[in-house]
Design a protein. Structure first.
Length: 587
């Protein structure tokens, strides 16, 4: 029995559907779609051996971005009508019927670009051995607002047609001597510089006049592709001040960049919710050691079928938080962690290609971050230890803080467990150990061993978190990482320096015991933060963990401070200051 498949035969409905599908999709995705289309075209052509995809300024409209493939298949009028001028399932297939990357769901560049660019996309294609090719412009009709392939006058056929003959092609196509296709991003109006616009969008530049060199485009594609593309992809570089062409830079794929150019690199096998993944981790060089045009700061991502999935417009703060949730709390902006799935795993992506879905549910990054933290490689742990601000006084600070906590929260308390007694290095201190909890009931299901549950147990027992000091001017004064149950104090923050200056001013012109001021500041800030964490747990025990965490945000914790704290530090350091003056005068 033959049914009747539902079809879309209304041009208005097509336009409306494209606009709906394109809602919320970043324009940078259009660049990915056009480059992948070029790769597909090259892989479908089994007759030509020299193949490449270029991202370059157009040779005619010199302010427009053009994606050129050489060695691809010819874009005939028939193919254009059958595939590009439809919402059909174009797929990501090539000659042997296989697919590359993730299935593009048949929407591709037109959905990512047309709703944001009224003049749309201009196509030109030349078949090997021919003098004339064809051209077509897919755009929005200014009167009806319907997406159309615009009619143009063809001087060769002396007629008006949507597919006129064309004879002027990029030097890249002419030098190749084979088949070549160009796709030009025309933008919204003739004077719009779409090359600079894409470069600015892809680099997340803050200046409106930034962009134009091509480095933003190169960075986006180099991070978008996890593996080196099956066909070479090259991006043109230009001098920003003059727009003069410099050279072509190849897109190598993020994994190759991390393996070959990162300071540290490794792979950790993990299993999350039954899915086997390889966690590729890398530590980037500091800017003074090595400046990369491909990766400049840290983030976490998924990788599948040669492509990465994460929000390329993610804020710096959010990216750092992801890295810190993986357990990298020191120099988090220098670490990259990518969770790679095998090609055979059944996944799909959202339209914006920023997320992956398994069994109809979005993959939860937090689960992968948590699992990586539990399996942190030793090399990464050692690197963090080497880069934290540690001193011989840190263990003294820990002992002082624990004595104060015991006095404030545990003395004269019959129903409170003693806090954990471990040193900064993890060795047991001289303080008494807490009583071990009772053995679990064997008839009950075992408790989760996740870091979150372990941290919750410590919090409920009122055990103080571990701590470390860092010196990073761009980070907040204090952070409490619940999963790792760790406090990070940043002595490089403006707030720490401001508080230190306030205390030093109390000594007059010169403080002769400045190093003791810093140590006391560390102690008091750490104590205030620990007190705040324990106070919220004891006074608001019935609220959810998420609600408690809102009280432990950096801005809340750094506010646990008052003028009396500074006066107390001054009074403690003052005797040392006066002693140093006496010793100095005696000398």
């Amino acid at each position: 029995m033959q049914g009747y498949d539902i079809k879309m035969n209304s041009v208005t409905a097509v336009t409306r559907l494209i606009n709906i599908l394109g809602t919320g999709i970043p324009m940078s995705l259009a660049l990915r779609e056009l480059v992948v289309n070029g790769l597909e075209a090259c892989l479908r052509n089994s007759f030509e051996t020299k193949k490449c995809v270029y991202v370059i300024k157009d040779h005619t409209y010199t302010n427009k971005l053009s994606v050129v493939n050489v060695g691809g298949d010819f874009l005939s009028e028939e193919i254009f009508k059958k595939h590009l001028a439809t919402l059909g399932n174009t797929g990501n297939s090539f000659a042997e019927g296989q697919t590359i990357l993730d299935d593009n769901k048949g929407i591709g560049a037109k959905v990512a670009y047309l709703p944001q660019a009224k003049d749309g996309l201009l196509y030109r294609s030349l078949e090997a051995g021919e003098d004339l090719g064809i051209t077509a412009q897919m755009c929005q009709d200014p009167e009806s607002n319907i997406y159309t392939v615009r009619a143009q006058h063809c001087p060769h056929s002396h007629s008006d047609t949507a597919f006129p003959f064309h004879e002027e092609f990029s030097p890249l196509v002419e030098e190749h001597g084979g088949t070549g296709t160009e796709v030009v991003c025309m933008g919204n109006f003739a004077d719009e510089d779409t090359w600079t616009k894409f470069d600015h969008i892809c680099s997340k530049g803050t200046r409106k006049d930034s962009g134009g060199t091509g480095y933003g485009i190169l960075r986006y594609l180099s991070q978008r592709f996890w593996l080196k593309p099956a066909v070479p992809v090259k991006v043109a570089m230009y001098i920003e001040a003059t727009g003069e062409y410099k050279y072509l830079h190849s897109v190598e794929g993020l994994q190759n960049v991390l393996e070959e150019k990162a300071k540290l690199y490794g792979v950790v096998p993990l299993q999350v919710n039954g899915l086997n993944v390889k966690a590729h981790w890398a530590v980037l060089h500091d800017a003074r050691e090595y400046r990369s045009h491909v990766v400049s700061d840290g983030f976490t991502a998924f990788a599948w079928k040669g492509e990465t999935y994460f929000d390329f417009n993610q804020s710096s703060y959010s990216k750092k938080k992801d890295i810190k949730d993986c357990g990298v709390v020191v120099k988090s902006n220098r670490a990259i962690i990518v969770f790679e799935f095998e090609d055979e795993v059944s996944l799909c992506s959202n339209a914006g290609r920023t997320e992956l879905v398994h069994n109809n549910a979005k993959l939860d990054k937090a689960l992968f971050h948590n699992e990586f933290q539990k399996n942190m490689p030793k090399e990464l742990l050692d690197w963090q230890d080497e880069n934290q601000e540690s001193s011989p006084d840190d263990e003294d600070i820990e002992k002082w803080v624990k004595r104060q906590l015991k006095k404030y929260f545990f003395e004269d308390s019959e129903d409170s467990a003693s806090p954990v007694k471990t040193t900064v290095t993890g060795e047991p201190s001289d303080d008494p150990e807490p009583v071990d909890p009772p053995e679990p009931d064997p008839d009950k299901k075992p408790r989760s061993t996740s870091l979150r549950m372990a941290a919750m147990g410590k919090l409920r027992s009122l055990r103080p978190p571990t701590f470390r000091f860092i010196n990073e001017p761009e980070e907040p004064l204090v952070e409490f990482h619940f999963n790792s149950y760790e406090i990070v104090i940043n002595i490089g923050s403006d707030v720490f320096k401001h508080r230190e200056e306030n205390v030093l001013k109390m000594f007059g012109l010169t403080c002769h015991a400045k190093e003791y001021v810093e140590q006391e500041l560390k102690q008091h800030i750490l104590l205030q933060v620990m007190c705040r964490i324990i106070e919220i747990q004891r006074s608001r025990a019935k609220i959810t963990l998420e609600e408690k965490q809102s009280y432990w945000e950096p801005k809340c914790l750094e506010g646990c401070w008052g003028w009396m704290n500074e006066r107390e530090i001054f009074n403690k350091v003052k005797p040392r200051h006066e002693k140093m003056i006496v010793l100095s005068n005696a000398a």
